[in-house]
Ligand binder design. Structure first.
Ligand SMILES: Nc1ncnc2c1ncn2[C@@H]1O[C@H](COP(=O)(O)OP(=O)(O)O)[C@@H](O)[C@H]1O
Ligand SMILES: [Mg+2]
Length: 245
């Protein structure tokens, strides 16, 4: 398998006045093509920072970041923006839909940024909505659908450009149990059928069984990487840690 994400000796240090906060400490990480890769760790362990660096939103303080064969540390700001548009889809805990736009128009937005003509935009947006099971809601406004559906629209918006990598930061953080299950099943389907590599960060151990590989982080470092077969045991271990608290 081919690595699509490769982090080498990555550090991220935030300077807060006189203080320094080390968010990532010499991280080495690899995500291979086709993985549904989960980054798990407690709040403040550096998951969002890791995803921002992988997605080209933030730059590391030190280290190399190679994503989809591009060394992101060599790109300037506009090249980085172009890289994100061409390669990455983002999904966050908050859905960030624009309420006055119809659902289809929300999904079209990344295509407008790429200069795709209107007719093709509509076609691709409807296909993305079809993939998340919401084609019939295309002409409604976000206020007319449920929270779970809103996140599925956000996922359609993230995949409409057919990105190599889908980055999801606590994507089920605002969802109930039933919608969490539906969204995770959707990610699983997109990973399997459309072969999209997914990198998802969460502190919720219930998401782990959907993933194909897990990187466990704590205090800005990687504790261990787990293969699919090891995930049930990891879930067991993490749930006893939670129960002991
Ligand atoms: N922009 C920032 N400025 C200063 N500190 C930050 C910034 N972003 C994150 N941090 C700090 O870096 C650490 C890791 O944060 P984060 O990556 O958001 O962790 P997680 O997503 O696992 O909760 C935390 O201590 C957080 O307070
Ligand atoms: Mg976070």
């Amino acid at each position: 398998m081919k690595p699509v994400v490769l982090l080498e000796n990555v550090w991220k240090i935030y300077r807060l006045g006189e203080h320094e906060l080390v968010a990532l400490r010499d991280v080495n990480m690899c995500v291979e093509e086709g993985e549904f890769h989960c980054i798990i760790g407690p709040s403040g362990s550096g998951k969002s920072t890791l995803l921002s660096i992988i997605g080209g939103i933030e730059r590391p303080t030190r280290g190399r970041v190679i994503v989809a064969d591009v060394d992101l540390t060599t790109l300037n700001e506009s090249q980085l923006a172009q890289f994100r548009r061409d390669n990455i889809g983002f999904v966050f805990q908050h859905f960030y839909l624009i309420p006055r736009l119809k659902i289809i128009e929300n999904v079209e937005l990344p295509l407008i940024a790429k200069g795709v003509p209107s007719k093709l935009r509509k076609k691709l947006a409807l296909e993305a909505l079809e993939a998340v099971g919401l084609r019939d809601k295309a002409y409604l406004k976000p206020t007319q659908i449920s929270g779970g559906e809103m996140q599925r629209v956000a996922i359609a918006r993230a995949i409409v450009t057919r990105p190599k990598i889908l980055i999801a930061d606590e994507p089920t953080g605002n969802l109930d149990v039933e919608n969490t299950r539906r969204v995770m099943e959707l990610f699983e389907k997109l990973n399997r059928e459309l072969k999209i590599t997914i990198v998802l960060a969460t502190h919720n151990i219930e998401l782990l069984p959907y993933c194909t590989r897990v990187t466990r982080v704590r205090d800005g470092t990687i504790v261990r990487v787990y293969w699919k077969e090891e995930i049930p045991k990891l879930v067991e271990e993490l749930s006893t840690i939670i129960e002991r608290r």
